[in-house]
Write a protein that binds this ligand. Structure first.
Ligand code: 5GP
Ligand code: ZN
Length: 143
């Protein structure tokens, strides 16, 4: 796609520090890392978000994300990893080319992601959750 930053990274028009590449996937270091080794994995083909990407493309990306997560855990001695995807502006997506953040986690990384999450989490009762589940199950999007 002409005006897409990540398509330009795929074509080499914008430089990047690559850490993995195969026929359909590319992974490179994030230019504004949250932690040591924060990287992004993308399909080479342009798909906007999780709603747009076909199942097969997503399977390839997530499978390579798993390989990278394992490699990063051992090579950087990470204690854990967060895999994060933002799909849509409302979710905070700033680059509209599907990508998964691979964020290595360390005991002293001070990211405080979990503390923030816990501070925002609400309580929900079983009736509310059952009603919600029925609402979600009404739609049947399938591969
Ligand atoms: P989003 O906000 O869409 O979930 O994540 C986009 C990510 O892409 C951000 O973490 C941002 O730092 C990264 N990013 C944006 N432009 C570039 C770039 O030109 N090169 C690299 N390596 N990362 C970028
Ligand atoms: Zn693109």
């Amino acid at each position: 796609m002409a005006d897409c930053v990540f398509c330009k990274i795929v074509s080499g028009e914008i430089p990047s520090i690559k850490i993995f590449e195969d026929e359909k996937t590319l992974a490179f270091l994030d230019i504004n890392p949250l932690t040591y080794g924060h990287c992004l994995i993308i399909p080479k083909e342009h798909y906007e978000d999780v709603f747009d990407i076909p199942f097969d493309g997503l399977k390839t990306v997530i499978s390579n994300a798993k390989t990278l997560a394992n490699n990063i855990k051992s090579s950087l001695s990470a204690k854990g990893v967060n895999l994060v995807n933002a799909s849509g502006e409302a979710a905070g997506q700033s680059v509209p080319h599907f990508h998964i953040h691979i964020i290595p986690r360390y005991e002293d990384d001070k990211l405080e992601f979990n503390q923030w999450w816990q501070s925002k989490a609400k309580q929900a009762g079983p009736e509310e959750l059952k009603k919600l589940a029925e609402q979600i199950k009404k739609d049947n999007y399938r591969n």
